[in-house]
Design a protein around this ligand. Structure first.
Ligand SMILES: [Zn+2]
Length: 152
C-alpha cells in the first residue's frame, strides 16, 4: 500500500439559524446537537426557521445540507392549516435537512424571483439551486416523504 493519509472525516457546512454564521460540522456529529461556534446557540432547533430576503440566499447557498422551503402567507388558510404539520416535519427532517419558511407577503422579491404562483408551495434547494417544487398543502407524513424522495 502507498502511504495515503488517513481518511478525513466528512464535514458539512451548516448555516446557523440564529446568526447565519457558517459552521463546519463533522457529518457524524450532526445528530449530536451541535452548537454554533459564533453565537453558541443550537444549530438545529427542531422548528422551521423564518427567513426574509436578507437571510435566504446565504442560508440556501452556503448550506451543505438540502434546504426545504415553505413559501406561505399569513392570509392563506391552507398555509395556516399546514403550519403545524410543517413544524412536525421539521422535527423529523432535521438534521438531514434545514427546514425554513418564507412569508411571501414580507419577501415579495423572493416570491417574484422564484415565480411562486400559488401558496403554500414547497421547494427543495441543494447547493443553492432548486431541485424540486410542489404546490399545495400536505400533512407531515407527506412533507417528509416528499423531501426524502427529492433529495437525490
Ligand atoms: Zn450562530
Amino acid at each position: 500500500m502507498s502511504n495515503t493519509s488517513p481518511a478525513q472525516p466528512e464535514s458539512l457546512h451548516i448555516v446557523c439559524p440564529h446568526c447565519d454564521a457558517v459552521n463546519r460540522v463533522p457529518a457524524a456529529r450532526l445528530a449530536a446537537e451541535p452548537v454554533c461556534g459564533k453565537c453558541q446557540k443550537a444549530l438545529f432547533t427542531g422548528a422551521p426557521v423564518d427567513l426574509g430576503s436578507a437571510r435566504f440566499l446565504k442560508q440556501i447557498e452556503r448550506s451543505d445540507i438540502p434546504v426545504l422551503v415553505d413559501f406561505w402567507a399569513p392570509w392563506c388558510g391552507p398555509c395556516r392549516t399546514m403550519a403545524p404539520f410543517y413544524a412536525q416535519a421539521a422535527q423529523r427532517l432535521e438534521p438531514q435537512f434545514r427546514v425554513v419558511k418564507v412569508d411571501t407577503e414580507q419577501a415579495q422579491d423572493l416570491a417574484a424571483r422564484y415565480a411562486i404562483r400559488s401558496i403554500p408551495t414547497l421547494a427543495l434547494f441543494k447547493g443553492g439551486r432548486e431541485v424540486a417544487r410542489q404546490p399545495g398543502a400536505m400533512d407531515a407524513q407527506n412533507i417528509v416523504a416528499w423531501a426524502m424522495q427529492n433529495n437525490r
